[in-house]
Design a protein around this ligand. Structure first.
Ligand SMILES: *Cc1c(COP(=O)(O)O)cnc(C)c1O
Length: 371
């Protein structure tokens, strides 16, 4: 096996990615923009985007222009939207690579318009509206005037409008319906002036699943593509499959005598003679430097003891006498019928599953299954 050569790696099941994309299409009955920013939430930008495209995703959404350029250079043909900021001086790259940009600031828009005028092709843009997120976006009240200005720009092509929802992962909160109402009124207001942007989109994963009204003509899921739950309150249907496993190996086993300190600061002492293993996973791989981590070995849950180091940490192996150097250890994923989910790790770390997977280090080899 390819991964016999690594001591710490990530496995990504591309069949799970394709399956989840198809589920999203089936459930929402809308085209899907696979959100693949941040190295596809740690899963690998190019391979995930290829799988998403193969499964029928019509768009890829990224945060930065450089991510979009990587996708074009890798041969991704679907539409690509940069959801965040693009410096005006880089719009020629967007034009050359046929990448759509987000506009939310009139001054930046004027700079794009002036620069794009000199180009033969028109720069495709999506205007982002702030319907309540309090982040990027123009106010809906500015919509008609701004879009009229935009339509008059020879260098710009209005390809879409969108908004982003602040609390779609809390389906009981009224905020999302209020945001959708504001967006809906904007759409109707624009229509009254004959302004009909081809693509209208609002739904992240949670909204795509829990707020059908927010689906419009395109959904924009990220976390669900990876088979991870948007939140505890907005869980995925059972048919979704997590794509990622994080694995490492036992690289040393010793029996330490009673009262022996373990790792930096000796924050753990053996209370008797104990079997202590070392695994090749540390905080530089994305493992949080906290005291109550755990791992799977021989399909048993075992505690990680002592301070997590940069490249290693220690397992308490008294319950696993058969453990031997070279054994596979799972940090996220399954061994037989035992599993550790990204959600469980997130809870332990006081964060969300998004941060756990985005924090998996670049140095970890990504191994793609079912390519
Ligand atoms: C990240 C992001 C998404 C995807 O959100 P998920 O919660 O991962 O589905 C959608 N739209 C925008 C604008 C985003 O920034």
């Amino acid at each position: 096996m390819e991964f016999d050569i690594y001591s710490n790696w990530i496995e990504i099941d591309l069949e799970a990615i394709r399956h989840n994309i198809k589920e999203l299409q089936y459930i929402t009955k809308q085209p899907v923009m696979a959100v693949v920013k941040a190295n596809a939430y740690g899963h690998g930008l190019i391979e995930v985007s290829q799988a998403a495209e193969a499964a029928g995703a019509t768009w890829c959404g990224v945060a930065r222009l450089e991510e979009a350029v990587v996708l074009r250079h890798a041969g991704i043909r679907c539409r690509i939207l940069v959801l965040g900021f693009t410096p005006p001086r880089r719009i020629m790259e967007a034009l050359e690579e046929d990448i759509s940009l987000t506009i939310y600031d009139p001054e930046v828009a004027h700079a794009y318009a002036a620069l794009a005028q000199e180009s033969k092709t028109r720069l495709r843009v999506h205007v982002k509206f702030d319907t309540g997120m309090g982040r990027l976006g123009m106010y809906p009240e500015e919509g008609v005037e701004f879009l009229q200005w935009l339509y008059a720009q020879p260098g710009l092509e209005l390809e879409g409008i969108f908004t982003h929802l602040a609390r779609a992962d809390e389906p009981d909160e009224p905020t999302t319906d209020q945001q959708i109402d504001r967006f809906q009124r904007l759409i109707e207001g624009l229509r009254a002036y004959g302004l009909r942007p081809p693509w209208v989109h609002a739904a992240n994963s949670a909204a795509a699943l829990y707020f059908p009204k927010a689906r419009y003509g395109l959904v924009r899921p990220g976390i669900a593509v990876y088979g991870l739950h948007p939140s505890e309150k907005a869980t995925l249907p059972l048919r979704f499959h997590p794509a990622l496993s994080w694995k490492t190996r036992l690289i040393s086993v010793k029996t330490l005598p009673q009262g022996h300190g373990v790792s930096y600061g000796h924050r753990y002492y053996t209370s008797q003679s104990e079997r202590i293993g070392v695994i090749a996973a540390g905080y530089a791989d994305g493992l949080r430097r906290i005291s109550n981590n755990f791992a799977l070995i021989h399909a048993k849950r075992v505690p990680i003891v002592g301070t997590v180091c940069m490249d290693q940490c220690m397992l308490q192996l008294d319950e696993v006498p058969e453990a031997a150097v070279g054994d596979e250890v799972v940090l996220i994923g399954k061994q037989d019928d035992v599993s550790i989910t990204a959600e469980e790790v997130a809870k332990l770390w006081g964060t969300i599953n998004y941060e756990v997977v985005c924090g998996l280090a670049k140095r970890l080899p990504r191994i793609y299954l079912n390519k």
